[in-house]
Design a binder for this molecule. Structure first.
Ligand code: SF4
Ligand code: SF4
Length: 438
């Protein structure tokens, strides 16, 4: 694609990078058919190619976005399906992140939208605030239909169960010794929203890791990865959260050492693996950010790399449950991890199926299902329909966002992949499976 930035604009390294990304696009359109919003809405401006064109115009003219720019860029899920499809290697993720930050700095949204986005950025990265909001949402759930717009939406998405009040690791402590001989020392990202919504995921992760000879450290100084605010274009909040994590994990690395940083929410994993890029202009943290990014592993990736056929190492046999695996976009497109979770589940004796169009987003996408509820609901319903055709007894996914999105309407239990791996290798049966006959 031809671009027309001035030499003055190109002196800004961030614009220089956007220019290189834009120039790599050859307009072939191979990405359009894999874009969930284009498939749903049929508008070129809701396709990757259309959005790339809008971003080029906005950045070249160095102007605030038009209402059209904002509408179509906001509708992008950041699912990165287009990056998997693109034969030219266009780094759409870095381009749309840059565009979102530009929109946030130069565009004044309507008051209600501004307040909602600001509140999301102030609440979601903090586990204690998330717990309070979830508790309020649970109490308000029976009256959800009375609440307008986003408030009703949030109330509906909050899990109805009270079991999340139970304090589970890693709330209880931050160090978990390996069972038997110590093979690895790893840090686990505790996360921000996830411990409030589904604390059983971290508990299962810790059990699986320690059972396989990993010493697990959960440093309290590490918190939100920054992805939620990053995708809202709130750059300062995102980099501040990421910097705190980098410092916390570097301190462990420089102390007793670290073999990996384990992430069990794939949206966070994609973000942490990109810390090197996020801090590319930061002379203080640039090198540390690259080091941390290189240590980050999705839990399925780490287990697969180091323990392979984990089902074979246990004498416990899992019931032959039929599991439909929902491939989270951030794992599949963001981290290119697709086969590992399926292979791990199969090695434990589960019968694993994948729905048609498994590369398409379920509509969760961070805060997307709160900010773009109509599109998110349609994508979710399509996904539920595809999952139903596989005849599942349970749905497994590697990202809490997908779990919440699907569980809001799914007639089957929805669990994290690691909950099944934990159960199959000696851990407790996931609570969500209490009603499933095996
Ligand atoms: S990130 Fe997803 S929604 Fe956005 S343009 Fe690419 S394929 Fe479409
Ligand atoms: S597939 Fe890649 S090169 Fe082709 S239009 Fe899409 S982003 Fe551009």
């Amino acid at each position: 694609m031809q671009t027309h930035f001035t030499p003055g604009q190109l002196a800004d390294p961030a614009i220089g990078e956007a220019n290189s990304i834009l120039r790599a696009c050859v307009h072939c359109g191979l990405c359009t058919s894999t874009c969930p919003t284009y498939r749903l809405l049929g508008d070129e401006l809701d396709s990757p190619r259309g959005r790339i064109y809008l971003m080029k115009e906005m950045l070249e003219q160095d102007r605030p976005p038009s209402p059209t720019d904002v509408r179509h860029i906001d509708r992008c899920l950041s699912c990165l399906s287009c990056m998997t499809a693109c034969p030219a290697g266009v780094h759409y993720m870095h381009l749309v992140d840059h565009a979102r930050s530009h929109i946030e700095k130069t565009h004044r949204r309507p008051l209600v939208e501004r307040v909602i986005r600001d509140l999301l950025g102030r609440i979601l990265p903090y586990p204690d605030k998330v717990r309070w909001v979830l508790e309020a949402a649970r109490l308000a759930r029976p009256f959800a239909a009375l609440f307008p717009g986003t408030l009703g939406r949030l109330t509906n998405l909050a899990p109805a169960s009270q079991k999340n009040k139970v304090v589970t690791p890693p709330d209880a402590k931050s160090f978990y010794p390996a069972e038997g001989e110590r093979k690895f020392r790893v840090a686990l990202l505790a996360g921000c929203v996830q411990p409030g919504i589904a604390p059983q995921i971290n508990a299962a992760s810790i059990r699986v890791l320690t059972r396989h000879g990993c010493e697990v450290v959960v440093p309290p100084e590490a918190g939100c990865c920054g992805a939620l605010t990053h995708h809202l274009g709130q750059e300062a909040r995102a980099t501040s959260a990421a910097a705190a994590n980098i410092r916390a994990w570097m301190s462990l690395l420089e102390g007793e050492g670290l073999d990996a940083i384990i992430v069990n929410a794939s949206g966070c994993g994609t973000m942490i693996k990109d810390y090197g890029h996020l801090f590319r202009f930061d002379t203080e943290l640039m090198e540390s950010a690259k080091t941390i990014a290189s240590l980050a592993r999705d839990i399925s990736e780490f287990l697969s790399e180091n323990f392979g056929d984990i089902g074979a190492t246990t004498d416990k046999t899992s019931p032959p449950l039929r599991v439909a695996y929902q491939s989270a976009c951030s794992l599949r497109h963001g981290q290119k991890i697709q086969r590992e979770p399926v292979a791990l589940l199969q090695s434990c004796g589960f019968e694993v199926t994948e729905p048609r169009d498994s590369h398409l987003c379920c509509g969760s996408a961070g805060t997307y299902n709160i900010l773009q509820p109509d599109i998110a609901d349609r994508l979710r319903d399509d996904k539920i329909d595809a999952l139903a055709r596989t005849g599942p007894q349970v749905i497994a996914s590697g990202n809490v966002g997908c779990m919440v999105q699907l569980a809001s309407v799914a007639p089957w239990p929805v669990v994290h992949t690691v909950e099944l791996l934990d159960w199959a290798t000696g851990g407790p049966r996931p609570e969500a499976l209490s009603g499933v006959t095996t």
